[in-house]
Design a binder for this molecule. Structure first.
Ligand code: FUB
Length: 424
């Protein structure tokens, strides 16, 4: 298993805070706790600047051992990797991931044609690792078509797997074959849901299946849910459990971690724009009868869950800090050369900065490849270097890597970066 060496001490948080992911804009979080005991979020990525949801691309995965400190595990798939996808790219919308027979299956909606809303297909990429090494396996025959998006897969306790998806008011479900990339049964409409819009998510608790989804409240969707004793329904409608987040879309997932349930969702708290969203997470509680209490959306989030000592990452001897004094600085850029990429592959970059802008930008270029626009949030003073951002990128082996940040949307001062290559 490939592991990062750990998050630098000055990046560790005392409470999770919302949004939990701030460096890039993320939406549509699908959270899972896998066999290594960590929680993983598979999110879509609102590319900045946005053009509706057209430009969404480059899925990132985030992991945590304590629910408070999140590691960007890096990009796992982009539209350029999808041979059957529309030639214009973009439109990499809400994904999910499932684990079966030692393989992680990453499901994502993507159009195959220029007439995007008529040509949705459900793509699948697989890997032996939860957050890297995914390769495209094509799409699931028999799924897709007009407005049908947002795949979700439940692997039941008996190993049978079910696919759910939908949009435009229709939600459908069916069983997958053991190969996880073909349908065993016809998809059929999920009966009993009230005011279904999109964002289907299914989980199981105490033998009861829950189907959560977003509704059609004008321009401010809420999340509703229904329950059933059968994975494919019919469903009994139960109510609203997430009020509007302030964002025109709502999309979320529910997962249990160390005995506590959590709701993962998105809002637009950082950007103020409905297409530049940020993933959040809050506790979710059940009543004794199995109904869900309304999730309280907080800013402060939760305290860290204890980490088993054995799972604490060992220090990585290859992690290095590069101070701004040793970088090349221009009018609006700062470049770090001779960055050590160890054996090559994924490396986490931790950035320390100061800015007085509400939302300044660091345009990241690695070895001349144009990468993300990173968010730099106000620290209140140009000499307050408590600003933190982090992202995982690919580096070459050895110390011939260059990392460049170009600033925009206001002044940003960089203090240092720490680069931590992942370990095998
Ligand atoms: O993020 C793109 C789309 O917006 C998702 O697929 C929908 O669920 C909504 O969140």
């Amino acid at each position: 298993m490939i592991r990062n060496a750990g998050i630098p001490a000055d990046f560790l948080k005392e409470t999770s805070q919302n949004p939990i992911i701030t460096t890039i804009f993320t939406a549509d979080p699908s959270a899972h706790v896998w066999e290594d005991g960590k929680v993983y979020i598979y999110a879509s990525h609102d590319m900045d600047p946005a053009r509706g949801c057209d430009l969404m691309d480059r899925y990132h995965v985030f992991s945590s051992e304590d629910m408070v400190n999140w590691l960007d595990e890096g990009e796992i798939l982009r539209s350029d990797d999808v041979s059957w996808g529309r030639s214009e790219g973009g439109f990499m919308w809400a994904p999910d991931c499932a684990f079966k027979n030692g393989t992680y299956y990453f499901y994502y909606p993507h159009p195959s044609g220029s007439n995007w809303n008529d040509s949705w297909k459900m793509g699948v990429a697989t890997s032996r690792n939860p957050a890297s090494g995914f390769t495209d396996q094509g799409y699931i025959e028999g799924l897709g078509g007009f407005a049908m998006i947002d795949p979700c897969v439940l692997v039941d306790d008996d190993g049978r797997a079910y696919m759910y998806y939908g949009g435009g008011g229709r939600c459908a479900g069916g069983e997958l074959n053991d190969d996880m990339i073909s349908l065993k049964t016809e998809m059929h409409d999920m009966e009993g849901l009230e005011d279904f819009h999109e964002a289907a998510w299914v989980f199981k608790r105490n033998g009861l299946y829950y189907l959560t989804y977003s509704d059609n409240l004008d321009n401010l969707n809420r999340m509703r849910y229904a329950t059933s004793s059968n994975p494919l329904g019919p469903w009994a409608y139960r109510g609203i459990f997430l009020e509007p987040t302030g964002c025109s879309t709502s999309h979320g997932s529910v997962a249990e971690f160390k005995g506590q349930w959590y709701m993962f969702y998105h809002n637009q708290a950082i950007s103020g724009q409905g297409n530049l969203r940020s993933v959040c997470m809050d506790q979710l509680f059940f009543n004794e009868d199995g109904t869900i209490q309304t999730v309280i959306q907080t800013k402060g989030g939760i305290q860290p869950q204890p980490i088993a000592p054995t799972s604490t990452p060992a220090p990585n001897p290859n992690g290095k800090t590069y101070s701004a004094e040793n970088s090349t600085v221009g009018d609006s850029y700062c470049q770090y050369d001779l960055v050590d990429g160890a054996q090559g592959g994924r490396a986490a970059i931790y950035i320390r900065y100061a800015t007085t802008e509400h939302l300044a930008k660091l345009h990241l270029t690695v070895n001349r490849e144009d990468l993300s626009l990173l968010n730099a949030l106000s620290t209140g003073s140009p000499s307050d270097f408590t600003g933190r951002a982090s992202i995982t990128v690919q580096l070459k082996p050895g110390n011939d890597n260059s990392i460049r940040f170009t600033t925009s949307n206001g002044d940003i001062r960089l203090k240092s970066i720490t680069v931590i290559p992942f370990l095998d």
